[in-house]
Design a binder for this molecule. Structure first.
Ligand SMILES: Cc1cc2nc3c(=O)[nH]c(=O)nc-3n(C[C@H](O)[C@H](O)[C@H](O)COP(=O)(O)OP(=O)(O)OC[C@H]3O[C@@H](n4cnc5c(N)ncnc54)[C@H](O)[C@@H]3O)c2cc1C
Length: 445
């Protein structure tokens, strides 16, 4: 029976068959019995249409931990395991995820397929840097193993490959050793874009860095922001009370938005009021504290269904990256456009990426900005204009967040796109794995 399915931004919504699998045999049967194209879905935390199609394989029930080497910090698990479940297992043993996005409610398969990045990209790269090996199931139900050494082309095309090389079934990856579950956090205010760029560059020695940017400021205040820096706290840095339980997993205290907000809730005035309050809640210019990993890495996870704040029509998350030398000029142009249209975004997150050598993953050395825009008349035309600026400066748009870019922007932004598509032809010859995103961008026609 068909169901209405959508991902995190509630746009687009599709009628699809949802096909969950718990065991490999079940998955093989589904693959052999289905003649129509399929796409795998983890927890649907990609914002747009990457995990959507008429037939969706759901990996969520396929979620067993296969092994955990506590001495070496290597975990082997099925692809439907969620990061929040992994944290509960590994943190008490003194390990942490090597790379984590801004939500823990994603699957390991989703982390590989989007090759996610975290606040430590400049130090540790993206998720795929830490993978030892992967196992996939191809369109005819055969298991295929790959890594940097074995079937390296398949490995490269799968990391960031948006589910188009097959179903990722098992992932073995390396964890990060930690002495505590706390983060030594330092927050610093920046008056404008030059200050925030300077702060990012001066603080590249920190493992974690990210800035919240007030995108409604203009003129000399353009780019006003708060930079958050962090390190895993050492045991001796913790206050006495926390030294008793340094590896404590924080208790889950979550509130929920029970229904879609009316569409007028978010408007330039409410965005302005939020931004004002956020910037000014920090009294001085700098603050230091020790916080649990939850509020540092996953501030939005404490509000379940926060996506409903954008109303029934949903929203678009627009994330782009610009090469380092072009970042300042490109960002100024984009922020000025947002300003002149009063298209402010509650969430506006800026990050400096490190170098990245990969086939199709999103990161490149330079600044990335992620913005949320509620869907209103004229939004898509406005985003096309932003795409033009991103393309002019040699940047690209993040596929996992996208639901509307035109094919030209994808093919221009990802210089290895043709190489990737050639590898897809080898491992997905009958185009069994296909998604709305792949069709929209002419990746699979
Ligand atoms: C609040 C929030 C914050 C975020 N912050 C970040 C961030 O900081 N950095 C970042 O990089 N991303 C971020 N994201 C995006 C998110 O990490 C990715 O979209 C991730 O891929 C979602 O994983 P999922 O399990 O929900 O997969 P889904 O959303 O279900 O699918 C995402 C893609 O992975 C494919 N896929 C999923 N499982 C498999 C599998 N087993 N085999 C093959 N393909 C598969 C799908 O086909 C699809 O192409 C954020 C998302 C949210 C909602």
């Amino acid at each position: 029976m068909k169901k209405k399915i959508t991902n995190w931004s509630n746009y687009p919504v599709v009628e699809a068959n949802l096909l969950p699998f718990r065991y490999e045999d079940e998955l093989r049967q589904l693959l052999n019995s289905q003649q129509e194209p399929l796409i795998t879905r983890g927890n649907g935390r990609c914002y747009g249409d990457a995990a959507l199609g008429p037939n969706i394989l759901s990996s969520l029930p396929f979620n067993h931990i296969l092994s955990f080497n506590e001495q070496q910090g290597i975990i082997h698990c099925e692809a439907g395991v969620m990061l929040d479940e992994l944290l509960e297992l590994i943190v008490p043993k003194g390990w942490f995820l090597p790379v984590t996005p801004g939500t823990s409610f994603i699957t390991v398969g989703g982390a590989v397929a989007s090759d996610v990045h975290g606040k430590n990209h400049h130090k540790d790269g993206s998720f795929s840097n830490h993978i030892v090996e992967l196992e996939l199931m191809n369109g005819v139900g055969e298991k295929v193993r790959c890594s940097r050494e074995e079937k390296a082309d398949l490995f490269a095309a799968t990391c960031g490959g948006m589910g188009l090389t097959g179903v990722i079934t098992k992932v073995k990856f390396r964890l990060k050793k930690v002495e505590s579950s706390f983060i030594n956090q330092r927050s610093v205010k920046a008056k404008n874009i030059d200050e925030i760029f300077g702060l990012f560059e001066q603080n590249e020695g920190y493992t974690y860095s990210v800035a919240w940017i007030d995108c409604l400021q203009k003129g000399k205040d353009l780019g006003r922001s708060v930079l958050m820096l962090g390190e895993h706290a050492k045991r001796e840095e913790l206050p006495n009370r926390q030294q008793m339980h340094p590896l404590k997993v924080p208790a889950s205290k979550k509130v929920s938005i029970p229904f879609n907000f009316p569409s007028f809730t978010l408007n330039p005035l409410s965005v302005q009021a939020f931004n004002f309050a956020y910037y000014n809640k920090m009294l001085g210019n700098e603050k230091k504290d020790i916080v649990s990993y939850d509020p540092f890495f996953y501030p939005l996870d404490s509000v379940l269904h926060w996506n409903r704040m954008y109303g029934k029509k949903g929203f678009v998350q627009y994330q782009f990256v610009l090469p380092l030398e072009q970042s300042r000029q490109g960002l100024i142009e984009i922020l000025e456009k947002i300003n002149s249209r009063k298209m402010g975004s509650f969430l506006a997150v800026l990050k400096l990426f490190g170098e990245q050598e990969s086939l199709i993953s999103f990161p490149m050395r330079g600044y990335t900005l992620a913005l949320d825009f509620p869907i209103v008349n004229g939004l898509f035309e406005f985003l096309d204009e932003l795409d033009d600026v991103v393309m002019k400066y040699g940047g690209r748009i993040y596929l996992t967040k996208d639901a509307r870019m035109k094919p030209e922007a994808f093919w221009k932004g990802y210089p290895n796109a043709q190489k990737w598509v050639d590898i897809l032809k080898k491992y997905n010859p009958d185009q069994k794995f296909n998604s709305l995103l792949a069709q929209r961008l002419n990746i699979i026609s």
